[in-house]
Ligand binder design. Sequence first.
Ligand code: SF4
Ligand SMILES: [Zn+2]
Length: 282
Amino acid sequence: MKNKIENKVADTINKYRLFTKRDKILVAVSGGKDSTTALYILNKLGYNVEGITVDALIGNYTKQNLENLRSVCQKHNIKLHEISFRDEFGYSLCYLRSVINSKGHNLRSCAICGALRRYLLNKHSRKLKAKYLVTGHNLDDEAQNIMMNFLRNTLETSARLGLVAGLLKSKRFIPRVKPLYFCTEKEITQYSKLMKFPVKYGACPCRTGSFRNEVSIILDKLEKKQPKIKHTIIKNFLKQLPKLKKQFKSTDQLKNCRHCGEPSKDGTCQACRIVSLIKKND
Ligand code: SF4
Ligand SMILES: [Zn+2]
């Protein structure tokens, strides 16, 4: 079991040429089982890795995650970079959300948290001169994303999926890669428990997104009746992905946000849009 998942990660990196041992890799770690597994395995395989974490200050949940991460990194001698919503934006996620909602904008926690995290991870990875940013996305996450985009008719979003995320390129954008792409949720949970990683297995208390939950339940049910159906979704998707990328690839390059300089599609990045909602009418 232990070697199986480690070999699978090593094979994925080699087969898809995700990165080499010379590249500086930052692993976006949350303290959960997936990103902790990614960080541990890449370090064990001899890659040049460091961890980077964004604390959204979700009470005890992120406090415990941070403590767990520090202990994993200390034990395995891995450098950990810590970034906090409070240092960057002045407030916790919960406070930001309540202010935004009080101003009449119905943004969910995950939408705010996801956009602000992506912004911070990219900005700090670039400052730290990382060549790639690794995320802990697994096969179940990707199968859910593919099905959600299919059912919502948002195929352009699917064109940004795959082992290397994104569609448009920019020198200021650090490519996000997913070496756990072919590892299932179940395999990672087993591995993480076997390795006795100090991680929390429950969901984040601020988690939103009932559609993802519904799709996940349906896929789990289908998988019981037809084992490996999630693998089949991924396999067929990867065959279609080059066509999707071609179809939706704009000739445009990513622009720099006019407010903060981070990459953005149309000149104002998502993080600056969110921050402007907080400042409005203050
Ligand atoms: S589940 Fe949502 S709110 Fe919680 S950490 Fe993840 S993105 Fe943030
Ligand atoms: Zn911006």
